[in-house]
Design a protein around this ligand. Structure first.
Ligand code: GDG
Length: 486
């Protein structure tokens, strides 16, 4: 595979995301750099370090403005600067209405087909538009977009591609949408459906995790806009241009996960987790790792576990469930209600089944370092992923890549994107079928070592072949092919 720089010849590479790869924080009078804790930003940072160019993102650190030049730029990575980080600074109102409001209280529930949780209003929409315009202006002021490749990440920027194209008609724009795309009857419940679609169609290439999301998108366009849609080839002719829509299932850095799981830091972290939390050294361990979000099916999972301990009493004191849950978007009411509901369930279940020497559910709320997460993934016998909708779900893949010793079992909801790649080798559950879900956890518990080993070896092969490197190469190659046709 050619290095990414060769793919775009002399074009400057511009990456746009809501989160920034480095934040500067004031700490006891001095400024320190905080690195991304996993996730996509840390996967794209090495790519930017080799391609060079500019990464445009919201400057969210409290000392971010102090270290940037008059254009809002700072060179990163700090130890060997190789690209520009251009920060876009947002007012409190923007954070509240663009980020929490329109992005996370309208687009997030909409794209997860949970329209009853949508709270659209004119203020959110206005700030979403303003903020997308601010990003588009930042992109255009910084570079010569007619000679650049601009890559937008995610649902925070549905309008910015069109705003860039209005200023620079020849810009090459592409976007990857990390969450599902819903069917037309769902998408139609958003009052701004046509502007959102038209904004996204200013891209030359639009990527989703799955073919199904691409088909849903094509379907929405054919209903809402005067466009020529070719469902078989994933092409849309609109406004005098052709847009390519394609699936690129995101993978993880498997080599890094394996290394972490085998590291001595993971051993130390495991020791320390065992000292901090009531994790027994006997019996089996089931694990869930989630941002606290209503799409992740955490309540449904707890209900299935409760059913299991009720109706399969052999599991009591023999199966412990560790719930790693990270607080998220807690300014939004819906997330506060969810937190209360999860805490109430955990307490009720622990009250019902705990014995003098055993606590059935061990909640861990702290944000863990990667090596501690690796220890949990490695030591878990069963990983439970029960989302009600999930664009991909990287936790399922991270568990597989971290199973470096005795192989465990992945229990996977049929409603997550990752099910398309891993479903045949995992044990499939429907999160809303509590009894069957509980029975499947019991099956996972009883699976014989030879079968576990066989399934896990194939799962690992799948996750290793389709890793993050493959994703980046596929997306960039598709962009490069399109550029050459232009
Ligand atoms: C969106 C889509 C899609 C969790 N706790 C800790 C921690 N994590 C990390 C996990 C994992 C990430 O958070 C969660 O990723 P997911 O993919 O499960 O979910 P979302 O955050 O909802 O992401 C999703 C994804 O975008 C990518 O396109 O797969 O469908 O919803 O990487 O490891 N990391 C650390 N400590 C923790 O305590 N270090």
């Amino acid at each position: 595979h050619p290095p990414t720089t060769d793919l775009f010849e002399n074009r400057e590479f511009v990456l746009v995301s809501n989160r920034e790869p480095y934040t500067h924080e004031r700490d006891d009078g001095s400024v320190s750099v905080v690195r991304p804790a996993g996730g996509l930003t840390s996967a794209l940072d090495p790519m930017m370090a080799t391609t060079g160019g500019t990464w445009v993102a919201w400057g969210s650190g409290d000392a971010d403005a102090e270290v940037t030049d008059e254009n809002g730029c700072v060179r990163v990575p700090p130890e060997s600067p190789s690209y520009e980080l251009k920060r876009v600074f947002l007012s409190d109102e923007q954070v509240s209405d663009y980020y929490y409001g329109y992005s996370n209280e309208v687009l997030w529930p909409l794209c997860h087909s949970d329209t009853a949780k949508m709270t659209p209003n004119a203020r959110y929409w206005r700030q979403y538009r303003n903020t997308n315009q601010q990003f588009a202006d930042a992109i255009c002021s910084r570079i010569d977009p007619s000679n650049a490749v601009v890559w937008f990440q995610d649902y925070h920027f549905a309008l910015a591609p069109r705003m860039v194209r209005e200023q620079v008609p020849d810009a090459f724009c592409m976007q990857f949408w990390h969450i599902p795309w819903p069917s037309w009857d769902v998408f139609q419940s958003c009052p701004q459906y046509d502007e959102l679609l038209s904004g996204l169609l200013a891209n030359d290439l639009l990527g989703f995790h799955l073919d199904q999301y691409c088909l849903n998108f094509l379907d929405c366009v054919s209903h809402a806009l005067d466009a020529d849609v070719d469902r078989n080839r994933g092409r849309i002719d609109y406004d005098g241009r052709t847009i390519r829509v394609e699936a690129f299932p995101l993978g993880i850095d498997t080599a890094e996960r394996r290394q972490l799981a085998e590291s001595s830091e993971a051993d130390e972290q495991w020791q320390s987790l065992r000292e901090t939390y009531p994790i027994p050294d006997e019996g089996q361990l089931a694990l869930g790792v989630d941002r606290l979000d209503y799409t992740k099916g955490i309540e449904q999972r707890l209900d299935a576990l409760s059913h299991l301990w009720e109706w399969y009493p052999d599991c009591r004191e023999r199966l412990t469930y560790v719930q790693k849950v990270t607080e998220s978007r807690s300014q939004i009411d819906e997330y506060q209600h969810l937190q209360a509901s999860v805490e109430e369930r955990v307490e009720r279940i622990n009250d019902r089944f705990a014995t003098e020497t055993w606590q059935p559910i061990v909640p861990i709320d702290d944000h863990l370092p990667q090596s501690a997460l690796a220890a949990l993934y490695r030591e878990a016998d069963i990983c439970l992923v029960s989302s009600l909708r999930d664009g991909m779900n990287l936790v399922a893949k991270e568990f597989v890549a971290s199973q470096v010793d005795d192989p465990g079992v992945l229990v996977l909801s049929e409603l997550v994107g990752a099910h398309e790649e891993l479903g045949e080798l995992a044990l499939t559950v429907h999160p809303n079928d509590t009894e069957a879900f509980a029975a499947t956890i019991e099956d996972a518990r009883e699976m014989q070592p030879a079968e576990r080993k066989n399934r896990m070896a194939q799962l690992r092969e799948q996750v290793e072949t389709n890793d993050i490197g493959r994703w980046k190469r596929d997306v960039l190659q598709a962009a490069s092919d399109l550029l050459q046709q232009q």
